[in-house]
Write a protein that binds this ligand. Structure first.
Ligand code: CP
Ligand code: NVA
Length: 318
């Protein structure tokens, strides 16, 4: 175990004190090493005590999984979390990010930020002297993608050559699945209605990062997109901040529902994933979400293990 741990440390220590703003901030080797560390933490084979370090959470959007899994991860590492809700700090009264970030860097050891624009997240990172983690922006949800690929690796035994078909909105979750999947050798198809495909710059970025023969493709046809898929993934049709478009999107996305008919067209070994929260009866039917092929709660659990591993690395705990 000691030499295995040394091997992990040698791949991961260069990520100490680094920001995690996009899936592409980690290399393929680092992601695989992070998964090994997450599995050690999950099984109890490894304990890491960071000694009373402090994570600051700045969340401008609602959250159950991300917020709680970060809080629990930090507690398990012997640290604490402070809730820096913009409504109760001077942020809500317009204190600039460049001042807030420099002040918080004097109190906290790491920040996890959930906000709308990636630019805002990048501004925090620019002014902070401590690592900043993307806890979801409109552009990316990289912690989610780590948990998703860890779950797929656990369930299917590997990632290279796996076909993942994401059916739904070309949103933050789809973007991180593409970028992270490309680096891990996963063939990712994003299938969305016309006009709701992922941003072309992100598609190009994913293609440019593609390793181990990974193919990234975009489709508008769910039946074709799920052919041969070992993973069907979906997410809400209207993300946080798009609530006003919900009714309009329900009509546009109707053919992009994950239901038994669509599942029947995929691989026999299929697993179904959803980042949650789910809108049953919209992007996924109740029976698909609750079926034996669905591993959404294992996936949600893995948020904790992978983020505990990430924090351990960023805070120099290896
Ligand atoms: N999947 C996810 O990020 O869930 P929360 O919005 O509850 O954090
Ligand atoms: N795409 C969703 C993900 C929620 C975890 C949103 O941004 O609201």
């Amino acid at each position: 175990m000691a030499s295995a741990n040394t091997g992990l440390a040698s791949k991961l220590t260069s990520f100490s004190k680094r920001n995690f703003l996009s899936s592409s901030d980690l290399s393929r080797d680092q992601i695989y090493a992070l998964f090994e560390l997450a599995k050690q933490l999950k099984t109890g084979n490894r304990r890491i005590d960071l000694g009373n370090r402090v994570l600051g959470l700045i969340f401008k959007k609602a959250s159950t999984r991300t917020r709680v899994s970060f809080q629990v991860a930090m507690a398990r590492l012997g640290g604490q979390t402070i809730d820096l809700n913009p409504q109760i700090t001077q942020l809500g009264r317009g204190e600039p990010i460049k001042d807030t970030a420099r002040v918080l860097s004097r109190y906290c050891d790491v920040l996890a930020i959930r906000t709308f624009s990636q630019k805002e997240l990048e501004e925090y990172a620019e002014w902070s002297t401590i690592p900043v983690i993307n806890a979801l922006t409109d552009l990316e949800h990289p912690c989610q993608a780590l948990a998703d690929y860890l779950t797929i690796q656990e369930k299917l035994g590997g990632l290279q050559g796996v076909k993942l078909s994401y059916i739904g909105d070309g949103n933050n979750v789809a973007n991180s699945l593409m970028v992270c999947g490309a680096m891990l050798g996963v063939n990712v198809t994003i299938c969305s209605p016309k006009g709701f495909e992922p941003d072309s710059q992100i598609v190009e970025k994913a293609k440019s990062l593609s390793e181990l023969g990974s193919k990234i493709s975009i489709s508008n046809d769910p039946s074709k997109a799920v052919k041969g898929a070992q993973v069907i993934y979906t997410d809400v049709w209207a993300s946080m901040g798009q609530e006003e478009e919900h009714l309009k999107r329900k009509e546009i996305f109707e053919k992009y529902k994950v239901d038994q008919k669509l599942i029947g067209l995929a691989d026999e070994e299929l697993i179904i994933l959803h980042c949650l929260p789910a809108h049953r009866g919209e992007e996924i039917t109740e029976d698909a979400l609750e079926s034996q092929r669905s591993f959404v709660f294992d996936q949600a659990e893995n948020r904790l293990h992978v983020q505990q591993a990430l924090l351990s690395v960023q805070l120099g705990g290896l």
